[in-house]
Ligand binder design. Sequence first.
Ligand code: MLT
Length: 265
Amino acid sequence: MRAQLPGLVLAYDSAGSGKTLLLLHGYPLSRRLWRPQFKHLADAARVIAPDLRGHGDSDAPEGPYSMDQLADDAVALLDSLGLTQPAIVAGLSMGGYVALALYRRYPSRVAGLILAATKAGADSPEAQANRDKSAALAREKGVEAIAEAMLPKMLAPATYAANPGLVAEARAMMAATALNGVVGDLMGMKGRPDSTALLAQISRPVLVIHGQDDQLIPAREAEATYAALPNGRLVLVPNAGHLLNLEQPESFNAEVRTFLQSLDA
Ligand code: MLT
Protein backbone atom coordinates (compact mmCIF):
# COMPACT_ATOMS: atom_id res chain seq x y z
CA MET A 1 0.00 0.00 0.00
CA ARG A 2 1.05 3.61 -0.51
CA ALA A 3 0.27 6.74 1.48
CA GLN A 4 0.55 10.22 0.00
CA LEU A 5 1.93 12.38 2.81
CA PRO A 6 2.77 16.07 2.43
CA GLY A 7 5.64 16.00 -0.06
CA LEU A 8 6.38 12.29 0.26
CA VAL A 9 4.94 8.92 -0.74
CA LEU A 10 5.54 6.16 1.82
CA ALA A 11 4.93 2.50 1.06
CA TYR A 12 3.68 0.39 3.95
CA ASP A 13 2.08 -2.90 4.86
CA SER A 14 -0.94 -3.13 7.12
CA ALA A 15 -2.64 -6.17 8.62
CA GLY A 16 -4.89 -7.06 11.54
CA SER A 17 -7.01 -4.90 13.81
CA GLY A 18 -7.02 -3.52 17.33
CA LYS A 19 -4.20 -1.61 18.97
CA THR A 20 -1.57 -0.25 16.59
CA LEU A 21 1.83 -1.94 16.43
CA LEU A 22 4.16 0.25 14.36
CA LEU A 23 7.25 -1.60 13.10
CA LEU A 24 10.28 0.53 12.12
CA HIS A 25 13.03 -1.24 10.21
CA GLY A 26 16.77 -0.61 10.42
CA TYR A 27 19.50 0.51 8.02
CA PRO A 28 19.79 -0.28 5.12
CA LEU A 29 16.73 -2.50 5.15
CA SER A 30 13.03 -2.23 4.35
CA ARG A 31 9.62 -3.25 5.64
CA ARG A 32 10.35 -6.75 4.35
CA LEU A 33 12.44 -7.16 7.48
CA TRP A 34 9.19 -7.73 9.36
CA ARG A 35 7.94 -10.63 7.18
CA PRO A 36 7.81 -13.12 10.10
CA GLN A 37 6.03 -10.63 12.34
CA PHE A 38 3.33 -9.89 9.78
CA LYS A 39 2.28 -13.49 9.57
CA HIS A 40 2.12 -14.09 13.28
CA LEU A 41 1.17 -10.88 15.04
CA ALA A 42 -1.72 -9.67 12.90
CA ASP A 43 -4.20 -11.48 15.17
CA ALA A 44 -2.88 -9.50 18.16
CA ALA A 45 -2.71 -5.94 16.76
CA ARG A 46 -3.11 -3.70 13.74
CA VAL A 47 0.41 -4.10 12.40
CA ILE A 48 1.76 -1.21 10.31
CA ALA A 49 5.21 -1.45 8.74
CA PRO A 50 6.39 1.44 6.55
CA ASP A 51 9.36 1.62 4.26
CA LEU A 52 11.13 4.62 5.77
CA ARG A 53 11.97 7.36 3.27
CA GLY A 54 14.78 6.23 0.99
CA HIS A 55 13.97 2.54 1.47
CA GLY A 56 11.99 -0.17 -0.28
CA ASP A 57 9.17 1.29 -2.36
CA SER A 58 9.02 4.70 -0.65
CA ASP A 59 10.23 7.96 -2.17
CA ALA A 60 13.95 8.59 -1.77
CA PRO A 61 14.59 12.33 -1.60
CA GLU A 62 18.07 13.58 -0.86
CA GLY A 63 19.08 13.45 2.79
CA PRO A 64 20.31 13.77 5.40
CA TYR A 65 17.45 11.94 7.10
CA SER A 66 17.47 12.97 10.75
CA MET A 67 15.93 10.50 13.17
CA ASP A 68 13.43 13.28 13.98
CA GLN A 69 12.46 13.47 10.29
CA LEU A 70 11.93 9.71 10.12
CA ALA A 71 9.82 9.87 13.30
CA ASP A 72 7.76 12.73 11.82
CA ASP A 73 7.18 10.63 8.67
CA ALA A 74 5.98 7.68 10.77
CA VAL A 75 3.55 9.84 12.74
CA ALA A 76 2.30 11.46 9.50
CA LEU A 77 1.62 7.96 8.17
CA LEU A 78 -0.36 7.01 11.30
CA ASP A 79 -2.29 10.29 11.03
CA SER A 80 -3.09 9.63 7.37
CA LEU A 81 -4.53 6.25 8.39
CA GLY A 82 -6.58 7.80 11.20
CA LEU A 83 -4.53 5.89 13.79
CA THR A 84 -4.25 8.65 16.36
CA GLN A 85 -4.54 6.53 19.50
CA PRO A 86 -1.24 5.75 21.29
CA ALA A 87 0.64 3.01 19.44
CA ILE A 88 3.16 0.39 20.42
CA VAL A 89 6.26 1.53 18.57
CA ALA A 90 8.85 -1.10 17.76
CA GLY A 91 12.17 -0.27 16.13
CA LEU A 92 15.13 -2.43 15.19
CA SER A 93 18.57 -0.82 15.27
CA MET A 94 18.17 2.49 13.37
CA GLY A 95 14.43 1.91 13.75
CA GLY A 96 15.10 2.00 17.51
CA TYR A 97 16.82 5.38 17.15
CA VAL A 98 13.68 6.54 15.32
CA ALA A 99 11.41 5.04 18.02
CA LEU A 100 13.30 7.01 20.68
CA ALA A 101 13.01 10.19 18.59
CA LEU A 102 9.28 9.51 18.20
CA TYR A 103 8.89 9.17 21.96
CA ARG A 104 10.87 12.38 22.52
CA ARG A 105 8.72 14.32 20.07
CA TYR A 106 5.31 12.68 20.54
CA PRO A 107 5.19 10.97 23.97
CA SER A 108 1.39 10.99 23.96
CA ARG A 109 1.39 8.87 20.78
CA VAL A 110 3.29 6.02 22.46
CA ALA A 111 1.61 3.28 24.52
CA GLY A 112 4.76 1.19 24.74
CA LEU A 113 8.14 0.82 23.08
CA ILE A 114 9.97 -2.21 21.74
CA LEU A 115 13.68 -1.50 21.34
CA ALA A 116 15.27 -4.31 19.31
CA ALA A 117 19.00 -4.60 18.55
CA THR A 118 19.51 -0.91 19.26
CA LYS A 119 21.18 1.50 21.66
CA ALA A 120 20.53 4.89 23.20
CA GLY A 121 23.90 6.57 22.77
CA ALA A 122 25.04 8.88 19.96
CA ASP A 123 27.84 8.04 17.53
CA SER A 124 31.39 8.31 18.87
CA PRO A 125 33.80 10.43 16.80
CA GLU A 126 35.19 7.17 15.37
CA ALA A 127 31.70 5.97 14.42
CA GLN A 128 31.01 9.34 12.80
CA ALA A 129 34.16 9.03 10.70
CA ASN A 130 33.03 5.54 9.68
CA ARG A 131 29.69 6.98 8.52
CA ASP A 132 31.61 9.28 6.15
CA LYS A 133 33.68 6.35 4.88
CA SER A 134 30.54 4.28 4.27
CA ALA A 135 28.86 7.16 2.42
CA ALA A 136 31.94 7.53 0.21
CA LEU A 137 31.95 3.76 -0.46
CA ALA A 138 28.26 3.84 -1.38
CA ARG A 139 28.76 6.78 -3.76
CA GLU A 140 31.84 5.24 -5.40
CA LYS A 141 31.02 1.55 -5.51
CA GLY A 142 27.25 1.46 -5.13
CA VAL A 143 24.87 0.18 -2.50
CA GLU A 144 25.86 -3.44 -3.24
CA ALA A 145 29.28 -2.70 -1.75
CA ILE A 146 27.60 -1.60 1.49
CA ALA A 147 25.49 -4.75 1.51
CA GLU A 148 28.56 -6.97 1.06
CA ALA A 149 30.49 -5.15 3.77
CA MET A 150 27.67 -5.33 6.30
CA LEU A 151 26.30 -8.76 5.57
CA PRO A 152 28.68 -10.88 7.66
CA LYS A 153 27.85 -8.77 10.73
CA MET A 154 24.11 -8.62 10.20
CA LEU A 155 23.48 -12.19 11.28
CA ALA A 156 24.88 -14.40 14.02
CA PRO A 157 27.84 -16.48 12.81
CA ALA A 158 25.74 -19.62 13.26
CA THR A 159 22.90 -18.21 11.14
CA TYR A 160 25.34 -17.09 8.50
CA ALA A 161 26.78 -20.59 8.27
CA ALA A 162 23.51 -22.53 8.47
CA ASN A 163 20.85 -20.42 6.77
CA PRO A 164 21.88 -19.33 3.25
CA GLY A 165 18.29 -18.42 2.45
CA LEU A 166 18.27 -15.79 5.17
CA VAL A 167 21.67 -14.49 4.08
CA ALA A 168 20.36 -14.08 0.53
CA GLU A 169 17.21 -12.36 1.81
CA ALA A 170 19.20 -9.88 3.90
CA ARG A 171 21.59 -9.17 1.01
CA ALA A 172 18.72 -8.53 -1.43
CA MET A 173 16.94 -6.24 1.04
CA MET A 174 20.07 -4.14 1.58
CA ALA A 175 21.06 -4.01 -2.09
CA ALA A 176 17.59 -2.73 -3.04
CA THR A 177 17.96 0.42 -0.90
CA ALA A 178 18.34 3.65 -2.87
CA LEU A 179 21.70 5.43 -2.77
CA ASN A 180 19.94 8.51 -1.38
CA GLY A 181 18.49 6.29 1.34
CA VAL A 182 21.84 4.83 2.35
CA VAL A 183 23.61 8.19 2.43
CA GLY A 184 20.62 9.96 4.00
CA ASP A 185 20.49 7.41 6.84
CA LEU A 186 24.26 7.52 7.40
CA MET A 187 24.27 11.29 7.74
CA GLY A 188 21.16 11.22 9.93
CA MET A 189 22.57 8.57 12.25
CA LYS A 190 25.87 10.42 12.41
CA GLY A 191 24.11 13.51 13.77
CA ARG A 192 21.60 11.84 16.05
CA PRO A 193 21.47 13.05 19.66
CA ASP A 194 22.33 10.94 22.68
CA SER A 195 19.07 9.52 24.07
CA THR A 196 20.56 8.06 27.25
CA ALA A 197 19.06 10.76 29.49
CA LEU A 198 15.67 10.25 27.83
CA LEU A 199 15.49 6.63 28.97
CA ALA A 200 14.90 7.57 32.62
CA GLN A 201 11.95 9.73 31.54
CA ILE A 202 10.10 7.04 29.57
CA SER A 203 6.99 6.37 31.62
CA ARG A 204 5.56 3.80 29.22
CA PRO A 205 6.53 0.09 29.37
CA VAL A 206 9.55 -0.79 27.23
CA LEU A 207 10.58 -4.21 25.93
CA VAL A 208 14.33 -4.30 25.27
CA ILE A 209 15.08 -7.30 23.08
CA HIS A 210 18.47 -8.17 21.62
CA GLY A 211 20.31 -11.06 20.00
CA GLN A 212 22.98 -12.51 22.27
CA ASP A 213 25.33 -12.81 19.29
CA ASP A 214 24.75 -9.35 17.79
CA GLN A 215 28.02 -8.31 16.16
CA LEU A 216 26.93 -4.81 15.14
CA ILE A 217 25.49 -3.59 18.46
CA PRO A 218 26.68 -5.76 21.34
CA ALA A 219 24.17 -7.12 23.85
CA ARG A 220 25.73 -5.05 26.65
CA GLU A 221 24.04 -2.02 25.03
CA ALA A 222 20.65 -3.63 25.71
CA GLU A 223 21.66 -4.28 29.31
CA ALA A 224 22.64 -0.63 29.72
CA THR A 225 19.36 0.55 28.18
CA TYR A 226 17.35 -1.73 30.44
CA ALA A 227 19.25 -0.56 33.53
CA ALA A 228 18.32 3.07 32.78
CA LEU A 229 14.59 2.47 32.22
CA PRO A 230 11.99 2.91 34.97
CA ASN A 231 9.61 0.38 33.39
CA GLY A 232 11.58 -2.01 31.23
CA ARG A 233 11.83 -5.71 30.47
CA LEU A 234 15.03 -7.22 29.05
CA VAL A 235 15.15 -10.28 26.81
CA LEU A 236 18.42 -11.59 25.34
CA VAL A 237 17.64 -14.05 22.57
CA PRO A 238 20.10 -16.96 22.19
CA ASN A 239 21.42 -17.97 18.75
CA ALA A 240 20.47 -14.62 17.26
CA GLY A 241 22.47 -11.74 15.81
CA HIS A 242 21.49 -8.25 14.68
CA LEU A 243 18.43 -9.37 12.69
CA LEU A 244 17.06 -11.35 15.61
CA ASN A 245 13.43 -11.09 14.48
CA LEU A 246 14.34 -12.94 11.27
CA GLU A 247 16.81 -15.32 12.88
CA GLN A 248 14.63 -16.43 15.80
CA PRO A 249 11.12 -15.37 14.76
CA GLU A 250 9.29 -17.67 17.16
CA SER A 251 11.08 -16.34 20.25
CA PHE A 252 10.79 -12.76 19.01
CA ASN A 253 7.08 -13.03 18.22
CA ALA A 254 6.32 -14.74 21.54
CA GLU A 255 8.03 -11.93 23.47
CA VAL A 256 6.19 -9.25 21.49
CA ARG A 257 2.88 -11.04 22.01
CA THR A 258 3.47 -11.28 25.78
CA PHE A 259 4.40 -7.59 25.82
CA LEU A 260 1.23 -6.63 23.93
CA GLN A 261 -0.86 -8.65 26.39
CA SER A 262 0.89 -7.03 29.36
CA LEU A 263 -0.21 -3.62 28.06
CA ASP A 264 -3.84 -4.74 28.25
CA ALA A 265 -3.51 -5.90 31.86
C1 MLT B 1 21.09 -0.63 11.64
O1 MLT B 1 21.11 -1.87 11.59
O2 MLT B 1 20.02 0.01 11.59
C2 MLT B 1 22.41 0.10 11.71
O3 MLT B 1 23.46 -0.80 11.57
C3 MLT B 1 22.55 0.90 12.95
C4 MLT B 1 23.79 1.72 12.96
O4 MLT B 1 24.55 1.69 11.99
O5 MLT B 1 24.01 2.43 13.96
